[in-house]
Design a protein around this ligand. Sequence first.
Ligand SMILES: Nc1ncnc2c1ncn2[C@@H]1O[C@H](COP(=O)(O)OP(=O)(O)OP(=O)(O)O)[C@@H](O)[C@H]1O
Ligand SMILES: [Mg+2]
Length: 229
Amino acid sequence: RNASHELKTPITAISGFTKTLLSGAMDDKKSLVEFLKIIDQQSDQLASLVQDVLTISHIQNGTNYVYKPLALHDFVNSELKSYDSMLANNHLTIHNQISEHVEVNTDTTILTRILRNLVSNAIKYNQPNGEITISYDDNDSYWQLIVSDTGIGIAQKDISRLFERFYRADDSRTKQKVSGTGLGLSIVKEMVDAIGGTIHVKSQRGVGSTFTVEFPLVDEDSQTDSENQ
Ligand SMILES: Nc1ncnc2c1ncn2[C@@H]1O[C@H](COP(=O)(O)OP(=O)(O)OP(=O)(O)O)[C@@H](O)[C@H]1O
Ligand SMILES: [Mg+2]
């Protein structure tokens, strides 16, 4: 697929709908509200896309990952606050099942990007009155962040391609239910690889999906230089 085409889509939509409004459509209240909603949605899309692209180039340019101890339960709770209205609008409930004493050594920037991408997918591809659960597990060599949803699920044929750039499953693309660029998970994968972790998906159509990210355990205060530094 053509990457620059995908990147231009939100800009084209914002510019097109704005021009249509300015050349008269704004006099009709219904079109005004409808088009502004599209512009708003496409701007959010673009902002998150730009952020992701910046994150990728940051990673590729050889950033030092700075590992600091983080109280995971509180961190997840504070991240989830920004989704409150989105959750309410979609009649979704989210559960933070991470126990309060869990502390991980992690690069907060990377963890934030990973969590946001997975949670936004769990919201977008959920069903009315659905649930999202965030949990934690660990063993001697890694810790896991698990984001589970009761959403539309992913067909077997799509699972192996989910992490490709711009790949979107038929269900979400053709039914046009939710907007997206198909970049989110490719960026998650890139970040997970960069820090030496792994990501797995388990899913059943109509039942839900579980994304498990495994982070290698690192010593407190340790830092990892990327190869090109
Ligand atoms: N939790 C989920 N439940 C069902 N399908 C999912 C889920 N997460 C991802 N998918 C499917 O995988 C595709 C790729 O996800 P990805 O996050 O990379 O892109 P996106 O959500 O479409 O766009 P973006 O994240 O860039 O806004 C989605 O289009 C959707 O078809
Ligand atoms: Mg996404």
